[in-house]
Design a protein around this ligand. Structure first.
Ligand code: ADP
Ligand code: MG
Length: 681
């Protein structure tokens, strides 16, 4: 490996451009893979051109002129035996005018566009030739991700040098028995300079075996980083928390129901983890309404009884507040102090909360992201519970770890109602153990879901009003108009006004993300206390809000939302014994995808089925949220395309960890140079 400026032709200016692309060494260049390929092996006649495609053309310069216009340009007429095109240049430099003399024969490559003079090529690659100059290309031409000022021709030249002079030194990091016959070096040559016979479609899709060889290596490296993180965490000290003898029993005794089998099983899995003196990292998946909160409560008992603090973090104010009230209700009667911490809390309230947390006077702390802030210091943090994990990034997960004291790292329990398809879980949460609450509490009647076109909104509204008048409670959800909380809030506001005017006798409330936490909380509480019959809301009520008496939900513009989100929303009803309904109001005409989504929801109430479909329809990026796919940070792999390699990558990573530990560090360096390193021994 050499530094990039050691390549021929790379001066300081070029090196700076390459660095913009994160290319610092010849190895970086070798792994800078083409984004596309072009066939420049044959010259195309000028009467055969299609707009928008790129061609290699050969002709003689007929004229050169500099037409007046808004932007100064140079127009070059180029002609062959069949037709004529115009080459257009806006940056005019000496080499260009020297080469493009009238009468000169040139080869040009570029995309055909329609310009002022008909078919034009803007800034094509050009080469002066003589008649009968042989075609130089015996291979497909790679097109690289580049940056302003760095031409494809130059990039190709540097890659060529790197291939010829430095690829021999590139270590093979995947033992040969694991990599379907392709040596790394051969794969790189093939990818950068594929023969003309190569399958271009495969290459463009990234499914060629040479590409898959690299993709596999990247997936292995990624799995290794998760294994390494796991190994690292396993050798960190955590407080060993014996199972609660008193608190858990007291908590359960105060409840009007018994735990389900699934809740008991998962609680035991957690208790077993907590007894260890290494940090638990466990993901609990359970469909909406499965009763995750109680499982969290029992987990908290073990820590609290052993005199350790517990922090519970939720992604939204509403949800955090609800947990706060819930935990207060459960734990204050047992003599424990529950503190509240949110980003909106300022001044005295904030410093009082922080003081309680720092002295240990507050044993339980519930809050939002604010819990991560530097100013928040815990006296003795033993367990961190994160609700609705899919909204938190991997880094945040690690950040909370540092809230423990120097000697002990807290245990972590992560809960999500969005069941995560296995392939995705393996990549994004491969460092976590998983428990599944696969049973709903008894007595729930399944939610009936219907999809109704928006032109029958009037009818639906009338029916809802009637139902509410009979004592049922309903949610009316206004969905994102744009990706904007403000517009969203306005839509909800307008709907609120409209319905209130139509049905003045109906008691209606409004919650949206732009309201003050206090106001939101007050409205939610009124709805909970059955003082409101209809709650108009934005998707802020999505996660966790629990009002068992609400049995109707209307989702306007349901076609705009993803499957998992709709399922989450719908999970707000069907929480009590009442038969529940969900009405998906949609705008016609429905796209094929939209139609499919609504059908799936009508047919299934099973969060796991829905999550798998969601992954199929949307891909992992959307499903995890951008932040988390950013964390995944793949350079060549794409989960939606390459997930069939994951199992094998996981196995190979384990074998490398055991049998070839010397390969781990170089693999991580090659593929995840930015990722934090964990010392694993
Ligand atoms: P989620 O898993 O969606 O967070 P919650 O913890 O909010 O679900 O529980 C949903 C509702 O079910 C709550 O009202 C809770 O009190 C109730 N619940 C939890 N566990 C049981 C159980 N074992 N039997 C009956 N109801 C339960
Ligand atoms: Mg919940």
């Amino acid at each position: 490996m050499a530094l990039i400026h050691q390549l021929q032709g790379v001066g300081q200016a070029t090196a700076a451009l390459l660095e913009k692309l994160n290319l610092f060494t010849t190895d970086d260049l070798l792994f800078h893979l083409p984004r596309d390929y072009e066939d420049r092996s044959s010259i195309i006649a000028m009467n055969q051109l299609q707009v928008g495609r790129s061609y290699l053309l050969e002709g003689v310069v007929q004229s050169v002129d500099f037409p007046a216009g808004k932007r100064k340009s140079m127009a070059v007429a180029l002609q062959d035996d069949f037709g004529k095109v115009t080459l257009r240049f806006y940056h005019i430099y000496k080499n260009l005018t020297n080469t493009l003399q009238v009468g000169q024969r040139v080869r040009v490559f570029g995309e055909i566009r329609v310009g002022a003079r008909g078919l034009e090529l803007y800034h094509p690659e050009i080469k002066a030739i003589h008649a009968h100059t042989p075609l130089p290309k015996t291979q497909l031409t790679a097109i690289y991700p580049s940056t302003d000022g760095l031409t494809q021709a130059k990039l190709r030249e540097y890659v060529k040098q790197a291939l010829q002079q430095h690829s021999d030194a590139l270590p093979e990091l995947i033992p040969s028995q694991f990599c379907n016959g392709y040596a790394l070096k051969d794969a790189l040559f093939y990818i950068h300079e594929p023969p003309l016979s190569a399958n271009m479609q495969q290459l463009a899709q990234g499914s060629h075996p040479a590409q898959q060889r690299l993709i596999f290596e990247e997936l292995v490296a990624h799995q290794l980083s998760l294994l390494a993180r796991r190994a690292y965490i396993q050798q960190i000290q955590a407080p060993a928390l014996p199972s609660s003898k008193v608190l858990a029993k007291q908590l359960l005794a105060g409840l009007p129901f018994k735990m389900t089998h699934a809740q008991k099983r998962v609680s035991k899995e957690i208790a077993d983890d907590l007894k260890q003196n290494k940090p638990m990292l466990r993901l609990v998946q359970g469909d909406v309404g499965a009763g995750k909160t109680l499982v969290a409560g029992i987990a908290a008992c073990h820590a609290l009884e052993a005199d350790w603090q517990v922090a519970l973090m939720a992604p939204t104010e509403i949800l955090a507040e609800q947990h706060y009230l819930n935990f207060k209700r459960w734990f204050e009667p047992l003599g424990l102090n529950v503190a509240w911490l949110s980003g909106k809390q300022k001044g005295k309230a904030r410093s009082a909360a922080e003081a309680q947390i720092a002295t240990g006077a507050a044993q339980l702390v519930i809050g939002t992201h604010a819990l991560f802030q530097d100013s928040v210091k815990f006296a003795k943090l033993g367990l961190v519970i994160i609700d609705e994990q899919h909204r938190f990034g991997v880094d945040q997960r690690l950040a909370l770890r540092n809230k423990g004291d120097a000697q002990y790292t807290p245990h972590q329990l992560v809960m999500t109602a969005t069941p995560i398809p296995r392939t995705l879980a393996m990549s994004a949460y491969g460092d976590l153990d998983t428990s599944i609450i696969d049973e709903l509490p008894p007595g729930r009647t399944p939610i009936q879901t219907v999809a109704i076109p928006i032109d029958r909104r009037e009818e639906v509204l009338q029916r809802i009003a009637n139902n509410c008048a009979e004592g049922k409670q309903a949610y009316w959800v206004c969905t994102l108009v744009e990706q904007s909380e403000t517009l969203d809030a306005q839509a909800a506001e307008a709907t609120y006004q409209e319905i209130q005017q139509r049905f003045p006798e109906l008691k209606i409330g409004l919650v949206h993300g732009k309201m003050k936490a206090d106001d939101k909380q007050r409205v939610m509480q009124q709805f909970k206390d059955n003082q409101l019959q209809l709650l108009i809301a934005t998707t802020v009520i999505e996660v966790g809000v629990d009002v068992p008496n609400a049995s109707l939900m209307i989702i306007e513009n349901a076609e705009r939302l993803g499957l998992s989100q709709l399922h989450q929303l719908r999970g707000r009803v069907g929480r009590g014994a009442l038969a529940s309904f969900c009405v998906l109001l949609y705008k016609t005409p429905l796209s094929k995808n939209g139609h499919e989504r609504l059908s799936i929801l009508r047919e299934s109430n099973d969060g796991f089925v829905i999550a798998e479909k969601d992954l199929e329809l949307r891909g992992p990026g959307e499903m995890l949220g951008t932040r988390q796919t950013g964390d995944l940070g793949f350079r060549v792999a794409k989960l939606e395309r390459d997930d069939h390699l994951l199992n094998q990558a996981h196995d190979v990573a384990q074998q490398i960890m055991q049998k070839y530990p010397q390969l781990v560090e170089p693999l991580l360096k090659r593929w995840l140079p930015e990722a934090p390193r964990y010392a694993y021994v």
